[in-house]
Ligand binder design. Structure first.
Ligand SMILES: [Zn+2]
Length: 510
């Protein structure tokens, strides 16, 4: 996929740096994925009682689904959603609960002068990156960085304690030179919580909140509870006595993420009184939305006038439209059935849009929708254009906003394929497609959960290559990709064995 941007906008920097101007900071969301599906145990601590289950899937959000096969919630939709949640919270700053004696606080909390602008969503498949813990993301960021010091890179990772590191935070901020440096990037251990079914709803809010906390560090804020943070309106945590493994550690700083009298002290407990509970963004806590204080916002303002100024895209309520969509490829073209479903729900801020369809083999056959008012949503493109099987099409979405200058374009090339009949109950549908450079995409739909054996067979020699040996899968759609660059050219069959039945489809490798 590629991005093309046409920006007809110059930032009025004097106006933009005014303290009250609402500044849109560019952020890109990256998902770190493994190169093939993973199986591991997930401990759902949000359930009562907590339980473990065996997860099989991509371990993170993909272009098409949520890593469980739920196509209604893909990586674009997730990115759009957490940015919206974060912006909602930033638009309603709360009064600071814990107050420092002798300091005066405004009656209404100060307005937060920044929001996030989603400028890109990226998917990276790399086993080493996937297994790296969030503390060691800086070298990976140097490889995956988009937009240099103009876009805050947010890496959504999926790191579990079983990979060897205990006490993994929900997120971490890693700048080029510590807090508030010119390099601004953060990692969020988002999927680790999402994959626990009973944590899921909460995890979305928590990710938005963690993102504000981590970007807070990138904008030069420190934790409030643990030592000086150069702000007199953010009191440190109460002193308490930590009881751990039979020992008493005196005079620790409390960081109460909720009211919880059951946490032991010896004798002073950390969170047994509401006056000890913090709702500040730069503490660890469960409140949402939360508070930034006057002093913290002044520090952010200073950062955004200095090293952070290059991250400002625009200001004063002007959020330019950004185009994103998802389209399955390869896509089956069946007579009298709607197909080529373009899902543009993840596009943001547009008030009008247009779609272009171009037949790559026959460029004369193009279609332009012209400008359509409103927000781009889900639409079957086959209702507007007659697609043929076994061809490539370039699909382009252009979005524009009435209130903000600059159009934005997102495009994807799709491959169409011949219609295959829908499987009767108890059977599976199976499709195989070779994309560029020897990557085999296999798609199948299971009526029930069960074990799948996948192999490819050379049509003439009968040679067999094993792809999957009885791997467990849930019911529903699955898409797997395999690297087979060494396979010689020719015709092959992809064979799936499911519930002792054999299903086959043919494909060709050039
Ligand atoms: Zn922190």
């Amino acid at each position: 996929m590629c991005f093309n941007t046409t920006q007809a906008q110059t930032i009025d920097s004097a106006n933009c740096l005014a303290p009250e101007a609402v500044k849109y900071l560019r952020i890109a969301i990256h998902y770190i994925l493994p190169s093939s599906p993973r199986t591991h145990f997930v401990h759902d601590l949000c359930a009562t009682p907590a339980y473990k289950y065996r997860y099989h899937g991509w371990g993170n959000f993909t272009e098409t689904h949520d890593g469980f096969g739920d196509t209604s919630w893909n990586g674009y939709a997730h990115a759009d959603h957490i940015v919206r949640l974060a912006n909602q919270a930033l638009s309603q700053n709360q009064p600071q609960w814990r107050k420092e004696p002798g300091v005066s606080y405004p009656d209404t909390p100060p307005a937060i002068p920044f929001r996030y602008l989603l400028t890109g969503v990226y998917f990276h498949r790399n086993d080493t990156f996937f297994d790296t813990n969030p503390f060691n993301m800086a070298p990976i960021h140097r490889k995956l960085d988009v937009g240099g010091n103009e876009v805050i890179d947010v890496y959504c990772v999926s790191y579990r304690p079983e990979k060897g590191l205990n006490n993994i935070p929900d997120g971490i901020s890693f700048g080029g030179s510590g807090l508030g440096g010119p390099v601004k990037a953060v990692a969020l251990n988002d999927y680790n919580l999402y994959q626990r079914p009973q944590c899921r709803e909460w995890s979305r809010q928590n990710t938005a909140s963690s993102m504000i906390h981590e970007i807070g560090h990138a904008l030069s804020l420190q934790h409030t509870w643990s030592g000086p943070d150069d702000c007199n309106d953010t009191p440190e945590g109460f002193l308490y006595d930590l009881y751990k493994d039979g020992n008493c550690f005196k005079n620790q700083r409390a960081n109460c993420w909720k009211y919880d009298p059951s946490i032991k002290g010896c004798p002073r407990a950390p969170c047994d009184d509401w006056s000890k509970v913090s709702n500040n963004y730069m503490d660890y806590n469960q409140q949402f939305p939360r508070a930034f204080t006057v002093c913290q916002l002044d520090k952010i303002q200073r950062d955004l006038s200095g090293p952070g100024s290059s991250y400002i895209h625009s200001c004063n309520g002007c959020a330019p439209a950004r185009a994103f969509f998802h389209l399955e490829s390869p896509v089956m073209i069946c007579p009298k059935q709607p197909s080529v479903l373009l899902d543009a729900q993840a596009s943001v801020h547009e008030t009008r849009y247009q779609i272009d369809i171009e037949d790559i083999q026959n460029k004369a056959k193009t279609w332009h929708s012209g400008w359509i008012k409103g927000e781009a949503d889900k639409m079957y493109l086959s209702e507007y254009y007659k697609f043929r099987p076994n061809r490539q099409y370039r699909i382009r979405l252009t979005v524009d906003s009435d209130t903000c200058a600059g159009i934005h374009v997102f495009e994807q090339v799709i491959q169409t394929m011949k219609c295959q009949p829908v499987p009767p109950p108890g059977e599976i549908s199976l499709a195989a497609f070779i994309a560029t450079r020897g990557v085999l995409t296999s798609r199948f739909y299971l009526p029930d959960s069960g074990h799948v054996h996948l192999q490819i067979i050379h049509q003439t020699s009968g040679d067999i290559v094993e792809l999957l040996q009885n791997e467990p899968f849930s019911a529903g759609p699955h898409e797997l990709t395999f690297n087979i660059p060494l396979l010689s050219a020719g015709r092959y069959r992809l064979r799936a064995i499911f519930q002792e039945q054999v299903f086959e489809t043919e494909f060709e490798k050039n």
